[in-house]
Design a protein around this ligand. Structure first.
Ligand code: TMO
Length: 324
């Protein structure tokens, strides 16, 4: 008799566990809006990958299914228009603003607000290099001190260490400003940090492509090279600027936006996840921290994201509140 009761109790409790599990999952799935997989694109720089995992893990908390898809940062807008990827989390104004606008005009993709973080990219000098030549980070000082940046294989020219070739950076500035420099592209973003660390350890001068927010802000400190102030005419009008025969005789724009976007069907299909997406808002420090977990602490991306989530409950909890 006792045995039967125990067996019955066992069955009942197992059933309740299973039911409980399903109802929990169902309640959560209702918060997301659908159990269809939300594809999240991954690019080739750290903060974007960690941020994608942070958002994926937050979506998971409200019952969404997520999957990550490696996608070229130039191709991502087209992939969202066609519903292949569902969200974009780091739309940097300078490199992607034009592509994003074109995609918005074509349709299939919608803007989902912007982060507080202000973005900047361009030629960058760490503080220990700024101290090596008076007048830095002004470009005229950099031009004068080009010898400091010469390498054994650079034919007497200073080396500008640029990002991977796929990032399609324009290099006409060097010629337009008459600088005795050559561009050297690294293979992967991570090689930029290897170059920087090597230069730091040897106390050798380096000028490299960098961006903010990034982990370098707090690890090395530094400043972007001050080129002549950006102006649209600098790109289109040869006679404008310090070189009256060439375009591109100016710096990159400062203070760009960092926006989010979604596939246009997302609000209807995954209303809860879409609401969370519109609330998500990372600061410069949030994004720098995400990169630090990987680029300094050497964590794996998903683990870095979990750590960020554990350390920043107060930031994301309001984004998940009051979902239907
Ligand atoms: C878009 N990026 C952060 C690589 O400059």
């Amino acid at each position: 008799m006792k045995n039967i009761v125990r067996k019955l109790l066992n069955i009942v409790s197992t059933t309740m566990l299973v039911l409980g599990f399903f109802s929990l999952n169902n309640a959560n799935a209702e918060k997301c809006g659908s159990t269809d997989t939300i594809n999240i694109p991954l690019h080739n720089w750290t903060s974007q990958v960690v941020m994608s995992h942070v958002v994926g893990q937050l979506f998971y908390k409200i019952g969404c299914k997520v999957s990550y898809k490696s996608t070229e940062s130039q191709q991502v807008y087209e992939s969202i228009r066609t519903g292949d990827n569902i969200i974009a989390l780091e739309i940097w104004e300078r490199p992607f603003g034009k592509l994003f606008k074109e995609a918005l005009d074509k349709g299939g993709i919608i803007e989902a607000g912007k982060h507080d973080a202000i973005t900047r990219e361009g030629w960058w000098l760490p503080n220990f290099v700024i101290e090596m030549c008076p007048g830095l980070p002004n470009w005229k000082a950099l031009k004068k001190c080009s010898d400091m940046f010469v390498r054994s294989d650079s034919n007497g020219k200073g080396v500008y260490v640029d990002g991977p070739i796929e990032w399609l950076h324009d290099t006409r500035r060097i010629e337009a400003l008459g600088m005795n420099f050559v561009t050297m592209n690294v293979k992967k973003a991570n090689d930029l940090w290897i170059e920087l660390e090597t230069a730091y350890n040897k106390k050798e001068a380096i000028v490299l492509f960098n961006w903010s927010p990034n982990f370098t802000d707090s690890l090395y400190g530094g400043q972007f090279v001050e080129f002549p102030t950006f102006n649209e005419k600098c790109i289109t009008n040869e006679s404008w600027g310090v070189n009256s025969n060439m375009t591109h005789d100016c710096g990159d724009p400062v203070g760009g936006y960092l926006k989010k976007a979604a596939w246009h069907g997302m609000p209807k299909k995954w209303p809860g996840a879409y609401k969370v997406l519109t609330r998500i808002n990372f600061t410069t420090n949030n994004i720098g921290d995400m990169a630090i977990y990987v680029d300094v602490d050497r964590m794996a991306y998903a683990q870095a994201a979990s750590s960020w989530i554990i350390d920043n409950k107060n930031v994301w909890e309001p984004w998940l509140s009051d979902l239907e």
